[in-house]
Write a protein that binds this ligand. Structure first.
Ligand code: IMP
Ligand code: MG
Length: 182
């Protein structure tokens, strides 16, 4: 086990702040999709805990599917070249689709995903991102619902990892300095 695994990340968003904001997002989504049925798509792995909390507070009928995309290039900078690792089981044609993402950073991964999903002719396609780092954006893409705008820090917890660790932290924390480069 690396020494980094024992590190306690500093708090950026408490679990109470997250819970409150997730409830607000779910309420807004439930209003916006009133009388519709939603196909909620989780982008693995980072969105899984956020999605689990969010869908339990959404009051319109939903189905859930997952996909996984992986950005080539090591470290914390997205290369922009994206590989689809796991595709959806559900057809999207005519469906109202809500993509659930953990963090929008450069936006390159999500741009690739959204462009790909659009080809499948959903009736509507929106994005909810728990966190947004607007200062880092390189792709022309915006989320329709954003939980928190955050500074350009490397964050972990509430589903989000550093080298697959820290996903089970109940809050969102950040790691500073050289630790963050991996
Ligand atoms: P993008 O393509 O640069 O927008 O990268 C988005 C993906 O990179 C997110 O879905 C996360 O999985 C990952 N990511 C971006 N920022 C962070 C971070 O601060 N901590 C952990 N993962 C991150
Ligand atoms: Mg990730």
């Amino acid at each position: 086990m690396s020494e980094r695994a024992n590190l306690t990340p500093a708090v950026l968003l408490t679990k109470e702040q997250i819970a409150k904001r997730v409830r607000e997002l779910a309420e807004q989504i439930s209003v916006d999709y009133a009388r519709q049925e939603l196909l909620v798509i989780g982008v693995l792995k980072g969105s899984w805990i956020f999605l689990a909390d969010l869908v339990r507070l959404i009051t319109v009928p939903i189905t859930v599917d997952f996909m996984m995309a992986s950005s080539y290039g090591a470290g914390t900078n997205s290369s922009g070249e994206v590989k689809m690792v796991l595709d959806l089981k559900s057809p999207l044609e005519g469906r109202d689709v809500l993509v659930v993402e953990d963090i929008m950073d450069s936006g390159l991964t999500l741009k690739y995903i959204i462009d790909n999903l659009k080809l499948r002719r959903p009736r509507s396609l929106k994005i909810v991102a728990l966190m947004d780092k607007p200062d880092r954006r390189r792709a022309d893409i915006k989320a329709d619902y954003i939980g928190f705008k955050i500074p350009d820090k490397f964050v972990v917890g509430y589903g989000v990892d550093f080298a697959e660790r820290f996903r089970n932290l109940p809050y969102v924390g950040y790691i500073e300095g050289p630790m963050a480069k991996g």
